[in-house]
Design a protein around this ligand. Structure first.
Ligand SMILES: Cc1cc2nc3c(=O)[nH]c(=O)nc-3n(C[C@H](O)[C@H](O)[C@H](O)COP(=O)(O)O)c2cc1C
Ligand code: SF4
Length: 375
């Protein structure tokens, strides 16, 4: 969640909480501000289609500005944002009222204008080019981990990315899978409610693809979407995630009362506003401790649930550990709902029938081949 969507005090509370709790804080696509650096909590620097913080005057990607920021000691990983569950196909919108001179300077744009990021990246346009961009960022950052975030739409597009990984020999270090149910400060309601593959299905799909192409051993999967409790984390890890992100859970830990005014600039709790009088109301030293407490208690709950299941490490979780009610009289294992993929099973024909059509449509040279005639 960016500085811009969130206030300076909210960014400081999150980063200060990350430092206290020894976890990482994602910058969102709005760039790195002084508030992200004040407490020296670990950062995942996110780069969206607006390239805020590493943007040329024309809105393209600047190698020079990227290299400068990527070298900051707080920046531990870099995430290229392809899409997010709240609004797949729509990029970020910063309303004019929230685009203060300070935010405009950090982003490299004109103050008090509405900033619409483009829907797609200008630094790459094909799966292979995305992987080459990943390598470019890895080189420019001195070898820091580089990954991407996406909400799954066409299955063949993700399979195209896997084919491109095999073809180029370049892998991302991590992939963040955002569920279609994701939230944001401002998105068209239909997109928030209905567009994009739901998280658990997307997670199973991404995990199966990586295992099927024998890529999982080199790539971590991060799950993002409605993580509020220890059990939510356990469910996601059992399907195939290695770790989880939380956005709205963290907002609640800072005192969000769900008044649904994030896009108006009038957030009453000082979290998603740039109005000084409202921002002042968010007490950073109190809230950073609450952020750290929420994280600690949630992780503690994960450990307790693991112990109750007779396990000692999250890596031991698999799809057999979770039951879901599938009708009034039946329950099923996740393993029955999401049958696990056999390692290497997508490397050559015959492909599993559930993947056959999509894998044949997937093209490492082009996104969205399912909608065109060139396969
Ligand atoms: C206020 C707010 C701002 C957000 N800004 C970004 C952003 O800059 N980049 C991004 O990839 N996702 C952004 N998101 C989406 C979240 O990162 C996350 O993908 C989504 O909310 C699902 O996680 P959750 O259910 O834990 O909130 C934002 C969400 C919120 C609530
Ligand atoms: S209190 Fe309301 S306006 Fe503020 S962050 Fe929460 S939902 Fe958004």
């Amino acid at each position: 969640m960016s500085f811009g969507a969130l206030s300076s005090h909210a960014v400081m509370a999150l980063n200060g909480g990350a430092k206290l709790g020894n976890f990482a804080h994602n910058t969102g696509e709005g760039g790195i501000s002084s508030y992200h650096l004040k407490f020296a909590g670990d950062l995942t620097w996110q780069i969206g289609t607006g390239y805020f913080g590493c943007r040329t005057v024309n809105g393209g990607f600047s190698e020079k500005l990227f290299a400068e920021k990527a070298m900051l000691p707080s920046v531990k990983m870099i995430e290229i944002k392809l899409s997010q569950g709240a609004k797949p196909g729509h990029a970020g919108v910063l309303p004019a009222c929230k685009n203060t001179p300070e935010i405009a300077k950090i982003r490299g744009v004109e103050a008090y204008t509405q900033i619409n990021s483009p829907a797609t990246h200008s630094a790459f346009s094909t799966p292979i080019e995305l992987l080459e961009f990943i390598q470019q960022l890895r080189d420019l950052s001195g070898g820091k981990p580089i990954g991407f975030k996406l909400c799954i739409g066409q299955r063949s597009d993700f399979l195209a990315l896997c084919k491109a990984m095999l073809k180029t020999g370049i892998n991302p270090d991590f992939i963040t899978v955002d569920g279609g149910e994701g939230g944001t400060g401002a998105a068209p309601l239909e997109y928030s409610n209905s567009i994009g593959m739901p998280l658990l299905d997307a997670l199973a799909f991404v995990s199966d693809c990586l295992i099927g192409f024998d890529l999982k051993k080199d790539i971590k999967i991060i799950a993002s979407g409605k993580v509020f409790t220890g059990f939510h984390i356990i469910k996601r890890l059992s399907i195939g995630a290695d770790l989880c992100n939380s956005a709205r859970g963290m907002m609640l830990s800072m005192g969000c009362i769900q008044s649904l005014q994030c896009n108006t600039g009038h957030c009453p709790t000082g979290i998603s506003t740039q109005r000084p009088a409202l921002v002042k109301g968010l007490n950073v030293s109190d809230k950073r401790q609450r952020v750290a407490n929420f994280h600690e208690e949630t992780v503690k709950s994960v450990a307790e649930i693991l112990a109750a299941a007779g396990l000692s490490r999250t890596e031991e979780l698999n799809r057999k550990h979770i039951f879901r009610r599938t009708s009034q009289t039946q329950i099923s294992h996740y393993q029955d709902i999401y049958p696990p993929m056999v390692a290497g099973n997508l490397l050559s024909e015959p492909f599993p029938s559930a993947f056959d059509e999509d894998i044949k449509q997937a093209n490492a040279e082009m996104f969205n081949c399912a909608a065109c005639e060139i396969n």
